[in-house]
Design a protein around this ligand. Structure first.
Ligand code: NDP
Ligand code: GDR
Length: 357
């Protein structure tokens, strides 16, 4: 009997403590994988999103999840981890992922998001595992940047508009290059925005749902935002991590767009979230002077602050995941309205329990 058939598959996730890393770890554990994750050293706990996985019996009794200190800026550490873990699949989700912050931390963003990807690919080669490991790179719709074509597909030309987008474009191409140069099974998932109750608090959707939850509970009066007119294709993170896994299960290593093909503006997101708690918003003024008033009371609920604008903005993102649907039947399960509802309900519950959250 072939012993290897019974061996559980082993995955290594960089960025396991992030939104996507936590959902992906859950998915892989449910599929019987042993999941290893790289955690950055931090002065306070940064594992809140995967805490519940510790409570899972399988992570204790069957050692289904193992965490390691590491960092995408530390090559020696990456080589050591690849060598020790000998993973079948590597998911590179670790990144400085905030677009606005990348203008302030441009060099660091390139160091982690661009060169970090190279370090990880090279660590795999250093361990002579380039033919044994399947590699997933967390590429992004931010690479499309300035609108060239609607909807955006795998063929649309790139035009990044931020240090983050530029760094991710390097990571995209180095992944393609290692696939072509060394025959690695290395793929880019070009994922459009995806959100969830676990989304970082300083991304716009979560900022809005947290703010609306606090306003609803009388804990806060208004939310301060930047550009209300940018449009995004927002899906649910849980659906999107499934696509990551599916890409690595295909016979051929290919790049895929993952998106919903449905677009909403930040302004619409605000209106819908307020409507969910029974409040209508009307807009007054323009530019930085614009405000969102609550219709019934005339109280200002949304203010604009120039500090949340970006030096160069990505105005419009809409992706077509036709290829993923055709090749492996992927399509989003959670609708936009259900996503907003789930995030809002979760934040209302969170703020009710802990008004200081
Ligand atoms: P998060 O910001 O929630 O998570 C990022 C993860 O990367 C965290 O675990 C973070 O650790 C880790 N990280 C940051 N810096 C380093 C470093 N120097 N070394 C190792 N790890 C590091 O992002 P998401 O989960 O939303 O996104 C996952 C990936 O997908 C990212 O690469 C992102 O750029 C990309 N992406 C995201 C999309 C989205 O809409 N969410 C769309 C397209 C691509 P810590 O917890 O300690 O901060
Ligand atoms: P994005 O997400 O830049 O698309 O990157 P974000 O939620 O930060 O911004 C979306 C749009 O909302 C506008 N906006 C604001 N954004 C933030 N963060 N805060 C505000 O107060 C605010 N007001 C308006 C922005 O200008 C922008 O147009 C996300 C990240 O997850 C990336 O890592 C990922 O690659 C892309 O999605 C796809």
């Amino acid at each position: 009997m072939n012993q290897s058939v019974d061996l559980p598959r082993v995955a290594l996730i960089t960025g396991i403590t992030g939104q996507d890393g936590s959902y992906l770890a859950e998915l892989l554990i449910s599929k019987g994988y042993i999941v290893h994750g790289i955690v950055r050293r931090s002065s306070s706990f940064n594992t809140a999103r995967i805490e519940h996985l510790y409570a899972d019996r399988r992570t204790h009794t069957e050692s289904r999840m193992k965490l390691h200190y590491g960092d995408l800026t530390d090559s020696t550490n990456l080589v050591k981890l690849i060598y020790e873990i000998q993973p079948n699949e590597v998911y590179n989700l670790g990144a400085q992922s905030h677009v606005k912050i990348s203008f302030d931390l441009a060099e660091y963003t390139a160091e982690v998001d661009a060169v970090g990807t190279l370090r990880l690919l090279d660590a795999i080669r250093t361990c002579n595992m380039e033919k044994k490991i399947k590699f997933y790179q967390a590429s992004t719709s931010e690479m499309y940047g300035k609108v060239q074509q609607i909807p955006q597909t795998e063929q649309t030309p790139f035009y990044p508009r931020s240090p983050y987008g530029c760094a991710k474009l390097y990571a995209y191409w180095i992944t393609v290059n290692y696939r072509e140069a060394y025959g690695m099974f290395a793929v880019n998932g070009i994922l459009f925005n995806h959100e969830s109750p676990r989304r970082g608090e300083n991304f716009v959707t979560r900022k809005i749902t947290r703010g609306v939850a606090k306003i609803h509970l009388g804990q806060q009066e208004f939310i301060t935002l930047g550009n209300l007119d940018s449009k995004r294709d927002w899906g649910h993170a849980r659906d999107y991590v499934e696509a990551m896994w599916l890409m690595l299960q295909q016979e051929n290593a290919e790049d895929y767009v993952i998106a919903t093909n449905e677009v909403h503006s930040v302004r619409e997101f605000c209106e819908i979230a307020f409507r969910e708690v029974g409040r209508e918003i009307e807009w007054q003024g323009s530019g930085e002077q614009e405000v969102g008033l609550e219709k019934a009371s005339g109280i200002v609920r949304i203010k604009i602050d120039a500090k949340f604008y970006r030096p160069t903005e990505v105005d419009y993102l809409q992706g077509s995941a036709e290829k993923a649907y055709k090749n492996f039947g992927w399509k989003p399960k959670v609708s936009f309205m259900d996503l907003v509802k789930e995030m809002l309900e979760s934040d209302i519950e969170l703020m009710r329990k802990n008004p200081n959250a």
